[in-house]
Design a protein around this ligand. Structure first.
Ligand code: NAD
Length: 321
């Protein structure tokens, strides 16, 4: 079978990870790349013997692509998804899938109608340790979930602006929000407190540097997620608690604690590589079982985090079911 012709829109930080994975995937050929910064498009195109574009429309018009990796910042999606799937091109969309539920729902409808395969970049689901946690929890009743994403500030210019990134919860801690949903279940109600407390010295910043979210699950469990970029190191994780057990994802490792029994497992996989392999394999075989986050899932995780932003804005508990 001929290799899949893969295109990229946006060739910044995360695209470099996907490009590396696709360069070593025998079913994929990096055919064309597009970035509004011409020098970056040309540099990446040269590295992969691909065609360079600065406008997505031109790339779509001139290339017969099978797959596109959409790796632009959250505010820059525009109607790219609609244009891509209208041509029957399969799509990997980086998280978060947008900044507006209305727009994301419209895209969801168009993607479903086009019948293409679409994955969203919730890469932590592909950790072997997360899969072990999921299997362990299958017959357990979870009572409480605690999540955190505590890190340093991201220098990227658009990250600091609420209207461009959605803030740390929507943009980064979304990975933990997604794991909370994946392992704990769907969210029911959300209440949040956020503040820009100690990072006012950062030029043009208007996103909170501390965020605290309380929520309940449809299954009746309760939970909490906090995030901050005030620190000099990076910590992220989720704890799920039930009667006489605790499942702890700390970074990429897993610890399961029961009475007189504690087992820690370290991950042995590159979760980004697993994610990209599963996506390309799904297109080759037509079997999407190994895709762990489709567009609808990305939309639901966006809904959870945007509900927290809404709660912060109006002081209310937000119902999302
Ligand atoms: N899954 C993960 O672990 C992970 C990690 C990092 C970033 N991301 C996500 O990936 C997305 C991009 O983040 P990044 O860190 O790569 O950002 P970045 O700023 O490093 O790169 C984005 C690139 O997109 C280009 N761009 C912007 N608008 C464009 C357009 N209309 N057409 C073509 N190119 C355009 C920019 O010039 C830039 O080169 C974000 O949504 C982010 O949350 C995911």
């Amino acid at each position: 079978m001929a290799k899949l012709k893969v295109g990229f829109i946006g060739v910044g930080g995360i695209a470099a990870v996907h490009l590396k994975n696709l360069a070593s995937n025998e079913d994929a050929d990096i055919t064309a790349v597009c970035d509004i910064v011409e020098a970056n498009a040309k540099r990446v195109a040269e590295e992969h013997s691909a065609a360079a574009y600065t406008e997505a429309d031109n790339m779509l018009e001139n290339e017969e692509l099978d797959v596109i990796f959409l790796c632009v910042p959250p505010f820059a999606h525009g109607d790219l998804e609609e244009k891509i799937v209208a041509r029957g091109i399969h799509l990997m969309v980086e998280k978060p899938v947008g900044l507006s539920m209305e727009e994301a729902r419209t895209k969801q409808g168009v993607i479903q109608q086009a019948g293409v395969i679409c994955a969203t970049g919730y890469c932590l689901r592909y950790l072997d340790t997360v899969q072990k946690a999921k299997a362990y929890l299958a017959d357990k009743e979870i009572a409480m979930v605690r999540g955190h994403y505590i890190s340093t500030f991201v220098e990227t210019p658009w990250y600091r602006t609420m209207s461009k990134s959605g803030g740390q919860l929507v943009e980064q801690a979304t990975h933990i929000a997604d794991l909370i949903r994946y392992l704990g279940g769907d969210i029911d109600k959300v209440y949040a407190n956020m503040a820009l407390k100690v990072s006012n010295d950062i030029e043009n910043i208007d996103i909170p540097d501390v965020t605290s979210v309380s929520f309940t699950f449809e299954n009746g469990a309760v939970g909490h997620l906090d995030c901050s970029f005030t620190q000099t190191d990076h910590r992220m994780g989720v704890e799920l608690l039930g009667k006489d057990f605790r499942v702890v994802i700390d970074g990429t490792s897993l610890t399961i604690l029961e009475k007189d029994n504690v087992v820690t497992t370290n991950s042995e996989v590159d979760f980004y590589e697993e994610q990209d392999k599963a996506f390309i394999e799904a297109i080759v075989t037509g079997n999407t079982d190994k895709i762990l986050s489709d567009y609808t899932n990305g939309l639901k995780t966006l809904e959870f985090t945007l509900a927290a932003n809404e709660s912060q804005a109006n002081g209310n508990v937000i119902s999302i079911t």
